[in-house]
Design a protein around this ligand. Structure first.
Ligand code: UD1
Length: 419
């Protein structure tokens, strides 16, 4: 298993180009199953989760071609199987996103239940209930969701909890249903909007994406299209925290500042000076140690749970006491024990972490437990005294394209050790 070795103490400086958003690329790849013709997607990030999705589609018989400009052309006409096996779904929960499209377009799907994961139980009951309300016949047997429908019917769906992939699955299913579907308490995440725009480019009739009520009027078929994935706001924010934690000055390029308001607000509170352009953000810490901040995660547009671990690391070396409250996932503090091994002073009570900032973390061997937790360990390693070894970095490769190259370009001392 590959490891990262980071020698801390170098303030990061320079520019970094942000890749396409993982959480938009995955549903958009799943949405290609709905189209009658080929769909060409650009700005797809080079990540393990994208490779897993391509493998999932490939095993179904879908044809995928990557061209010289790294665009992926997907043609689902050759599909033979409507099946998502456990061995792939267990490595990437987002595989559940094929359920809605398969059912809507082909009337059947067998998809493994994702099961638990490091950050909580993460059920998919709302995906299943919504599809059942649209007329699908669904049973769960042997760890698999078996779903069938002649043609899905439009329905009024109220989601008890705001769910991102749940909203996306139901939105995709509704595009080919008979009649109108209204999704209430829908997720407003920018990646939901990006998927909606791609579906509209394919001929879907859909309004309200980006609000909590999405209305979809089903059509008989969708066509091929070309679509460019939006920039990754979590990757952008992670590099900004890397600049802040090291007291450096970094410009993130090819990003979308308007999607990052809640995070930028907290970085300003931490003492960062920001300069913002159309598609770039520059963060300058002017060599200062960050101030501790209070953060409470919630669905968009509030502070994203996917940035919680990174801000825990920031608070660990900040001046003062920081408080982090996690309201989206029940068990998302796995990084805390690892940060403690580097000397961090953190107390967890229920869904709140109280972090007493210390001046210097010390390097230690640590283990990545999930995608964003691993990012927080890399950030901590950038400021710790000595050589931090981060093990199990396959988690980080799921969501950060070429992280060590991008950080090295900013002056970090970081190496990948193949294992
Ligand atoms: C997506 C993101 C992930 C992010 C998360 C929250 C993708 C591929 N992943 O995950 O990076 O951390 O949103 O912003 O886009 N829930 C239910 N029943 C359901 C579905 C969800 O109770 O049927 C609960 C979950 O347990 C969780 C909450 O809803 O507590 C939000 O989860 P959800 O938005 O569904 O997360 P994902 O879509 O899996």
């Amino acid at each position: 298993m590959d490891k990262l070795i980071i020698t801390g103490g170098q303030p990061l400086r320079g520019e970094v180009r942000i890749s396409g958003a993982k959480n938009a690329a995955l549903p958009i790849l799943a949405a290609t199953l709905l189209a009658d013709g080929p769909v060409t997607i650009s700005n797809i990030p080079h990540l393990r989760d994208v490779t897993t999705t391509m493998e999932l589609l490939g095993r179904m018989g879908v044809e995928l071609v990557v061209d010289e400009r790294m665009r992926i052309k997907v043609n689902s006409a050759s599909i033979r199987k409507f099946f998502a096996p456990y061995e792939l779904v267990k490595t990437m929960r987002a595989s559940i996103l094929v359920l809605g499209p398969l059912l809507a377009r082909y009337g059947r799907a067998v998809v493994s239940l994702p099961g638990g994961c490091a950050i909580g139980s993460r059920p998919v009951d709302l995906h299943i209930q919504g599809l059942a309300k649209m007329g699908a016949d669904i049973r769960v047997e042997g760890g698999y969701i078996h779903a069938r429908a002649k043609r899905l019917r439009g329905a009024r769906l109220f989601l008890d909890t705001v769910t991102v992939t749940g909203t996306e699955n139901l939105m995709m299913a509704a595009t080919l249903a008979d009649g109108t579907t209204v999704i209430e308490n829908a997720a407003r995440e920018p990646e939901v909007v990006d998927l909606a725009q791609c579906l509209v480019a394919m001929g879907a009739r859909l309004t309200g994406a980006g609000t909590d009520v999405i209305e979809i009027e089903g059509v008989a078929s969708l066509s091929g299209a070309q679509y460019e994935v939006l920039p990754d706001r979590i990757e952008s924010a992670t590099y900004l925290v890397a600049a802040a934690i090291t007291g450096g000055c970094v410009r993130v390029k090819c990003t979308r500042p308007s999607l990052l308001e809640a995070v930028l607000e907290k970085l300003i509170e931490a003492g960062a000076v920001l300069d913002i352009g159309d598609d770039w953000i520059e963060l300058d810490m002017r060599g200062q140690r960050p101030h501790a901040v209070a953060v409470c995660t919630s669905p968009f547009p509030a502070f994203p749970t996917d940035m919680q671990a990174q801000f825990t690391a920031l608070n660990a070396t900040a001046e003062g006491v920081g408080i982090i409250t996690e309201t989206v996932f029940e068990n998302r503090f796995m990084h805390v024990d690892e940060l403690r091994r580097m000397g961090a002073d953190i107390t967890v009570k229920g869904n709140t972490a109280i972090i007493n900032g210390i001046e210097k973390l010390t390097a230690a061997p640590v283990m990545a437990t999930d995608l964003r937790a691993s990012a927080s360990l890399v950030l901590a390693g950038l400021v710790a005294e000595g050589d931090t070894v981060v093990d199990r970095i396959y988690h980080i490769d799921r969501g950060y394209q070429c992280i060590e190259e991008k950080l090295r370009q900013l002056g970090a001392r970081i190496q990948r050790i193949p294992g």
